[in-house]
Design a protein around this ligand. Structure first.
Ligand code: DC
Length: 233
């Protein structure tokens, strides 16, 4: 008997910053052969573009000019040496968009409705053929409200700040735990109180608090959820 082909679905992974959702989403995409899209990287790329052109600085944004420049920004992704890289107009900006300077400016950029509309359209285009894992804040609520699988990931602010601090240290970025915690708390506040697409759990999302989980435990949890949804053993 031939084995039935598993239909491709859309998987939305939302959650707070540094909750580990990107690592989980990436690992699942790799295991099941799906494309992974980091929607936060797209907001970061727009922020970097604005910073480079003098339109974004110190948490202040020249909204009109940034929105006018949106058609000039082509954001894409490639995989190099097994790692996902973000491209802004063909340039690999993966490392630069992770800097503290971009992190400190990205929230105000992501509150601008016209920026959100443009990026949501691009994100929906990435999902046209399904077979995609996308992570962010509003993927299950706004970008793909009909996604077949929705997960909402959370962990305490302290746990998330600690993880982010270790990650930045590993990359040689000079910062303190206190600064990282401040950034995490401030981004939580802006992400969940903004008028346009605030961070919130979709009603039909499955919630995971991974504060006490190891990476392999959370990866296994996600893979099992996927299998139960597509009906694989
Ligand atoms: O996941 P991240 O920390 O790289 O996201 C960067 C910023 O982008 C974060 O402050 C929230 C915002 N964002 C958003 O508003 N909507 C998304 N779908 C993804 C990220």
């Amino acid at each position: 008997m031939t084995k039935a082909i598993t239909p491709k679905i859309i998987i939305a992974v939302d959650g707070y910053s540094s909750s580990g959702k990107s690592s989980m989403a990436k690992a699942l995409a790799r295991t099941i052969g799906y494309r992974y899209i980091d929607s936060g990287a797209m907001y970061r790329a727009v922020t970097l573009y604005g910073m480079r052109h003098g339109l974004v600085a110190d948490g202040k944004v020249d909204e009109e000019a940034l929105v006018a420049a949106l058609p000039e920004m082509k954001i894409d992704f490639k995989v190099a040496y097994g790692k996902q890289r973000t491209l802004l107009n063909g340039e690999d900006v993966e490392d630069e968009i992770r800097s503290m300077e971009v992190s400190n400016n990205v929230s105000p950029v992501s509150t601008i409705p016209a920026v959100r509309h443009a990026l949501v359209e691009m994100q929906q285009a990435f999902g046209e053929e399904k077979g995609i894992v996308m992570d962010g804040r509003d993927i299950g609520t706004t970008v793909f409200p009909n996604a077949e699988m929705k997960v909402f990931v959370n962990a305490s602010a302290e746990t998330r700040a600690h993880r982010r601090f270790l990650e930045l240290q590993g990359k040689g970025v000079e910062t303190t735990y206190e600064d990282v915690l401040k950034n995490v708390v401030e981004r939580d506040r802006i992400d969940s109180t903004r008028a346009e697409s605030p961070l919130r759990q979709a009603e039909d999302a499955v919630c995971l608090d991974n504060s006490e989980m190891t990476i392999s435990q959370q990866d296994e949890w996600l893979l099992n959820l996927y299998k139960s949804i597509v009906g694989e053993e």
